[in-house]
Structure formats: C-alpha cells, structure tokens
Design a protein around this ligand. Structure first.
Ligand code: TRP
Length: 335
C-alpha cells in the first residue's frame, strides 16, 4: 500500500477535445501531483448524463477524454485512471449518501440552482439534483484527503465533508476527511476572444477556445487573432489588459519562463511578434499530445483494456469501503 496521501479528482467526458484551459488549469497540476500523491482520476460519465447526452457521442468522448489524459502525461501505471460507470460502488454509495442528505441542503447547491434555472425547473432532473452526492461518493469511497478542483466545485467538497462527518458521527468512524485543493489563480485561463469569462467548452463562440486536438494551423490562427487590449505594450495587468495578461499566463506556463522576462523580451515589439511566438509555443506543446492521442485512439481495444484494469484496481478499494458502509448502516449481508 502506498504511504502517499490519497488524491481523487474527476473530469466529465462531455467534449471531443480538451482545451488549453483544462490543460493548464487541471492536467498540468494533476501530472505533478502524481508523484507526491496516490492519485485516482475518474472520468465521470454518470455525472455527464445528469444533462442530456447523445449516446454514441458520450461513448466516443469517454475514450477520447481518457486518451488525452494519458497522452498528456497521466500515467495509468502510476495513477489510477478509470471510468466511473465501471465501478458500481459509486452509484451505490451515492444512494446511501442521498438518505443522509437534507432536501434543503441539496437545494442550496449553487451549481444545481444555476443549471436548474438555465434548464427550467421542470426539465432539470433528479439526477442533476443528486449530482453532489454522487461526487461525494466518488471522493469518500477512496478515503481521499486531497481533492483538486476549480473554485466552482468547492461547495460540493464542503458538502462531502459535512456528509462524511454526519456519517461518522451516526455510524462510527468510517470516512477520511477530504480537503479541497483549489487551483492557483495563475492556472486560470480565460477565453481568448472574451477574457472576462473563463475558457469553457460551452463558449458561445468557438474562436475563443483553443482545443488540444485542433489542427496546428487552426490553433495558430486562433492565437494570432486573440483579442488584445488598447495600446501595444505586452504587460501583465489584469485590470487594464485582461487579454494580453491571459496570453502572458499561457506563454509563461507553456514555455516555463517568468512573466516578467517575457515582458522584457517583448518590450517595444508590439502584439504581433508576441502572438506569433505564442502560437509556435502552443502548437509545439500540443503536437506530441495530439499525436499520442491519435495512436491511443487507433487501438481502442488496448485503451479499453487499460481502463478495465484500472477500474479493477479502483473497485478493489471502493468495494471494501462500500461493504463497510453497508455493514455499519445495518444492511443484511447476502449469506
Ligand atoms: N464535478 C466535477 C467537475 O465538474 C467533476 C467531479 C466529479 C469531481 N466527481 C468528482 C471532481 C470528485 C473532484 C472529485 O469539475
């Protein structure tokens, strides 16, 4: 057994390609955390179906998501990378957690309120309402102590802590207490056409989202037409120059150079040179990942085999936790 602290995080398989925001905001940090933590990464297909999905696309995007994570450096020999629906204990524990979650408590989840408001209360599903308890089950099944998430998921981790506490108090010490590991502000990437909002796969205009699997020529063109700000100075200043600052963050992270040295380098040279060089950096970073993703997707049987053996590893942990939970709450074991 590993003595490293257990880490759990999840990502939805709801797009064909990851974007540069996912890559810098999550993947790069997950890659680092693999060496300091016993890391479990879950492709949360059961969460994805809380909003309507096209079946063929969901299946395809699940494989594509796995392939991109592996291609970008999540090592399925070092970490556990698996598909949520392959481990039945997730919805099973979620059901138990539903029974100790208050209706009012679940109704206060801001993500549910936002999504339900968008869809209309009559179309929002019970599954969407129970999204946070399924997420709590994901985390608690593995007794994860570290949970890397974006700001928008912090409330769900808080709920997870409340539920773990409640269960432990009622039925005896069972679950470890998870801590959210909130990603750094410097890892937040904004839409390159609309730097006021976070880069998002559901952005209104595709021009602001840089996809990992885009053709290099498309990537370069997008970056060269990124919104920059008034003036012509390449300077990090989020209030005055949100567009340029966002590009500087991307440049700095991908080239491993400090923002200040980039500012010095591009002094007096204007935006054109800067964007052209940034386009090169992005294309060079993504090219090998794209290539490797292709190779992995060309052999779906092998990819499925990797995911299956990782799911077995996850299930060995999850099933033991679930059996303990069932025992503690007084379910009759099957004789
Ligand atoms: N809800 C998370 C998101 O949308 C994904 C997720 C599901 C997750 N289960 C999790 C994240 C468990 C961390 C831990 O980003």
């Amino acid at each position: 057994m590993s003595s490293k602290p257990r880490l759990f995080s999840g990502m939805q398989p709801s797009a064909e390609s990851l974007h540069i925001g996912n890559y810098i905001g999550a993947l790069l940090q997950w890659k680092e955390l693999q060496s300091t933590h016993d890391a479990i990464f879950c492709i949360v297909d059961l969460h994805a179906i809380t909003v309507a999905q096209e079946p063929a696309a969901l299946r395809e995007n699940t494989r594509r998501t796995a392939a991109q994570y592996i291609a970008a450096g999540i090592d399925p020999q070092v970490s556990t990378l698996f598909v949520q629906s392959h481990v039945a204990a997730h919805p099973q524990l979620a059901w138990v957690l539903n029974t100790i979650t208050g209706f009012g408590e679940a109704s206060r989840m801001t993500q549910f309120k936002d999504k339900a408001a968008k869809q209309g209360a009559d179309t929002a599903s019970v599954g969407l309402f129970a999204y946070p308890t399924l997420m709590a089950a994901d985390i608690l099944l593995y007794n994860a102590v570290a949970v890397p998430v974006g700001d928008d998921q912090k409330q769900h981790v808080e709920l997870t802590r409340d539920l773990a506490n409640r269960f432990n108090t009622r039925f005896g010490a069972t679950f470890a207490m998870p801590e959210p590991l909130i990603l750094k502000e410097t890892a937040r990437i904004y839409d390159i056409q609309n730097p006021a909002s976070k880069m998002s796969k559901s952005a209104e205009s595709a021009a602001g989202v840089v996809w990992l699997l885009d053709e290099p020529s498309v990537t370069a063109k997008k970056i060269k037409s990124a919104v920059t700000d008034a003036g012509r100075e390449v300077r990090y200043d989020v209030a005055e120059k949100p567009g340029v600052s966002n590009l500087l963050t991307i440049f700095s992270v991908l080239s491993d150079r400090s923002i200040s040295s980039l500012e010095v380098d591009y002094q007096g040279r204007g935006y054109g040179d800067f964007k052209k060089d940034l386009a090169d950096v992005v294309v060079e970073t993504f090219a090998p990942i794209r290539e490797r993703t292709r190779e992995l997707l060309d052999d779906p049987a092998e990819l499925d085999r990797v995911l299956a053996s990782n799911a077995d590893r996850a299930a060995a942990i999850a099933d033991a936790t679930l059996a303990n939970v069932y025992d503690r709450i007084g379910l009759l074991p099957k004789g």
